[in-house]
Ligand binder design. Structure first.
Ligand code: HEC
Length: 256
């Protein structure tokens, strides 16, 4: 190994996500500052739903041409599953810092199940005719798992349990559910329950709050596990909206 590579390695050990961060920074520079997985996921979901519908129609009406269409859908879904999973893992590391709230645990368990089921479906559906109940069952199982995976994806994106809030707080609420709710549901802290968001001294005023999320620290001043939110991820205006939302809804609901 050359000294150069050694240095490189040491740097990466210090900050494990540098490479990942720079990938997301590039996307943001090209005008795409969002998670990637949610855009990719429509392809396998749509194609598996297609395979399911075509396979059932083929089976019920005995239409070999539709059985073929169902098979083509499942093959393309299987191919697209790989980038979808890859981006899912990348988003998880980047946006959730590898945290493991319940929906993510379920996704991590179900994804390998889906990979195996789809590989089986691609194998079993090959050359299968309209009457093949093996193909039908294997596509239907893929469909079931995709639906459950989609449900947990939805749980992550739309955290339904957040407290109710006024219309003005809507923007802040959205920022909260995209950026913070995964680790701080209802103002708690799933990664470090001793340091909840609700009642935190960093909520004393907006400046202190913004300074904290730009450069989160543990109470003793050392660096913890909360990801930083620099200005290209949350602008000052957004941070302020977020602050107002937290103080108005989460903080107040705790003091009742
Ligand atoms: C990946 C999980 C994660 C995400 C996402 C996250 N946090 Fe945190 N947060 C933590 C952890 C863990 C701590 C404890 C300090 C540490 O380890 O860095 C913390 C601490 C805090 C604290 C200080 C609590 C205290 O009194 O010490 C505040 C305030 C806070 N987070 C606000 C936010 C806001 C606002 C967002 C969204 C913009 C957010 N966090 C997103 C994990 C997260």
């Amino acid at each position: 190994m050359t000294p150069d590579l050694d240095e490189d390695h040491a740097e990466r050990m210090q900050n494990g996500n540098t490479m990942l961060d720079s990938i997301y920074e590039s996307f943001a520079r090209w005008g795409y500052p969002h998670p990637i997985h949610p855009t990719e996921v429509h392809m396998p979901i749509g194609l598996v739903v297609g395979a399911f519908i075509f396979a059932w129609t083929a089976w019920l009406l005995r239409r070999p041409r539709l059985a073929r269409t169902a098979y083509d859908c499942i093959v393309l879904a299987f191919i697209w599953l790989f980038p979808t999973v890859l981006f899912g893992v990348m988003d998880w590391l980047h946006y959730y810092a590898g945290a493991m709230p319940f929906p993510i645990k379920m996704k991590l368990i179900l994804t390998p199940v889906l990979l195996i089921l789809m590989a089986a479906a691609v194998f079993l559906g090959r050359g299968a005719g309209a009457e093949s109940s093996v193909a039908l069952v294997s596509y239907s199982l893929c469909f079931l798992v995709v639906v459950v995976l989609g449900y947990f994806g939805g749980e992550l994106v739309y955290t339904a349990e957040e407290p109710s809030h006024s219309d003005e707080a809507q923007a802040g609420a959205e920022l909260f559910s995209t950026n913070c709710a995964s680790c701080h549901p209802q103002g708690r802290n799933i990664m470090n329950p001793d340091l909840p968001l609700r009642g935190s001294p960093h909520l004393a005023d907006a400046d202190r709050f913004i300074a904290f999320i730009r450069n989160p620290k543990l109470p003793d001043g050392s660096v913890g596990t909360m990801p930083a939110f620099p200005a290209d991820r949350l602008s000052d205006r957004e941070a302020l909206e977020l602050y107002r939302y937290i103080v108005q809804t989460i903080e107040n609901s705790g003091r009742q």
